[in-house]
Design a protein around this ligand. Structure first.
Ligand code: NBP
Length: 476
């Protein structure tokens, strides 16, 4: 037994993770259900480092140094359970099973409990960055026991992306914490992508500009506060020309966005926790709307617009308004996502350091962005910060763009351009800063029809009014 780490599941992600370990000098045991993938990895990358192939799971396990560290990188769900079931009887106390696939965090909580009962460590780990990240340095979000991180952490940190020399990998928290944080990362990614898409649509309709011209605007934005992977690839995609037709590539792509489900999980969890993650929810539903083909057909045929075409008199100030609206809405989406992490952390006793999460998302992952530094700084200033938007840096940054944000949302509404994430983010901003909300009326209605009781502004206690009787108030 001489391999320091093993990878089972050698599809695109697993083979690249294995190569990444090997390139960092580790001896890596490699295994796949069907040997063909193992063989092709050895043929293509066997020379890159010390890879130890095995045809059977038993040989694979036997080739690992103790305590064994096995990274499972297979399809999330039943495949992961099948691999764990095959693996566990071959392992010994203290060995570490790392699930680096996109598991749903309740599955991770369940698996961790089951493996802990057998004396094994189970490390549910978020990995972001896609195929290229896996090879060149992903952002890694490992959960599980702190004890397992002591031996596993340095290996994961070694292969992770680095920003200013700091690894984009840190211990997240017990059991499902790592996969939970990865899920929220993906939810934020949905929001970020939707906001960028809305900005593109407004620029397109407002300026009547070509995709390539708008691509240049995004490239320009990528030199400032918005600098990020997603803005960078947007600029690239918009300037790409379809080889077959010579048209702008984006104009020949069918406008129905798909999803694999992590956005949906994030929204479902936001509902469970009662955390208003409106940016992520709007983004997820906007994808659903885009794919609602019969509804869109009926809507196109029947619904009038009563809209006034967007008239842009000053091109530069319109572009700047959209940029500011995008930035402010993005801050809202992140603020909400970090609220969700805080709420889940409290509920599950995970003790997640939000500043550290922003730090490990600065590189390797899909939402990597310059402004994540600002989020880390905000949580360093106040680790208990209850609203990211209320950190002085973000209050100022969003405040400076507020008038522009309102103009853009108003223009979109007047022109009949859907901007669900822009407008709901602004509503969230106005809601969370409101002195008083119409929720008071909702409480009154609830008490009226369902005797659900209410609290008063002027004294403590819970009350009910006899609505159908003499309307006297009783303390409940
Ligand atoms: P896939 O998600 O396509 O899974 C293919 C792998 O699962 C193959 O190795 C396959 O073995 C194995 N497998 C299956 Br399917 N059923 C199995 C079973 N019952 N027993 C044993 N092995 C089984 O691979 P991927 O795209 O490399 O993704 C791997 C994981 O990483 C997934 O959980 C994914 O969600 C996650 N992830 C992917 C990305 C990305 O950008 N693709 C990014 C981040 C995370 P076989 O070769 O014998 O069929």
């Amino acid at each position: 037994a001489r391999a320091q780490i093993g990878v089972t599941g050698l599809a695109v992600m697993g083979r690249n993770l294995a190569r990444n370990f090997a390139r960092h000098g580790y001896t890596v045991a490699v295994h796949n259900r069907s040997f063909a993938k193992t063989q092709s990895l050895m043929d293509e990358a066997g020379g890159e480092g010390d890879l130890v192939p095995s045809e059977s799971m038993a040989d694979f396990v036997a080739s690992l140094e103790r305590p064994r560290k096995v990274v499972v990188m297979v399809k999330a769900g039943a495949a992961t359970d099948a691999v764990i079931d095959e693996l566990v009887p071959l392992l010994e106390e203290g060995d570490i099973v790392v699930d680096a696939g996109n598991a749903h965090f309740p599955d991770t909580i369940r698996r961790e409990e089951a493996l802990r009962a057998q004396g094994l460590h189970f490390v549910g780990t978020g990995v972001s960055g896609g195929e290229e990240g896996a090879l060149l340095g992903p952002s890694i979000m490992p959960g599980g026991t702190r004890e397992s991180y002591e031996s596993l952490g340095p290996i994961l940190e070694a292969i992770s992306a680095k920003v200013d020399g700091t690894p984009c990998c840190t211990y997240v928290g017990p059991n499902g914490a790592g996969h939970f944080v990865k899920m929220v990362h993906n939810g934020i990614e949905y929001a970020d992508m939707q906001l960028i898409a809305e900005a593109y649509d407004l620029l397109k309709q407002g300026l009547g500009a070509s995709a390539a011209e708008i691509g240049q605007i995004f490239a320009e934005w990528n030199t400032g506060d918005l600098e990020s992977f997603l803005i960078e690839i947007t600029a690239d995609v918009l300037q790409h020309v379809d080889a077959e037709t010579g048209a702008a590539f984006v104009d020949i792509v069918l406008d129905q966005a798909e999803q694999k489900g992590t956005g949906r999980w994030t929204v479902q969890n936001g509902l469970d926790l009662g955390v208003p993650i409106t940016g992520i929810a709007e983004a997820t539903f906007a994808r659903a709307l885009s794919g609602s083909v019969p509804q869109r057909e009926a809507g196109r045929a029947a619904l009038p617009a009563h809209a006034t075409a967007l008239e842009v008199t000053d091109r530069d100030s319109f572009v700047e308004d959209v940029r500011r609206a995008l930035y402010a809405s993005k801050v809202v989406a992140y603020s909400q996502g970090f609220d969700q992490i805080a709420a889940a952390s409290a509920e599950n006793g995970w003790d997640i350091d939000r500043g550290a999460m922003a730090r490990i998302w600065r590189g390797g992952c899909i939402i990597r962005a310059r402004f994540l530094n600002r989020i880390t700084e905000a949580y360093e200033r106040d680790p208990q910060l209850s609203l990211l938007l209320a950190d002085p840096y973000f209050t100022d940054a969003v405040g400076e763009g507020l008038a522009a944000w309102r103009r853009v949302v108003a223009q979109a509404a007047t022109a009949g351009i859907p901007a669900p994430a822009f407008s709901s983010s602004l509503s969230y901003y106005d809601g969370v800063r409101a002195e008083r909300l119409p929720a008071a009326l909702i409480q009154a209605q609830r008490d009226f029809f369902g005797a659900h009781t209410y609290r008063r502004t002027d004294r403590d206690g819970t009350f009910h009014t006899q609505w159908s009787g003499d309307r006297t108030e009783q303390e409940a």
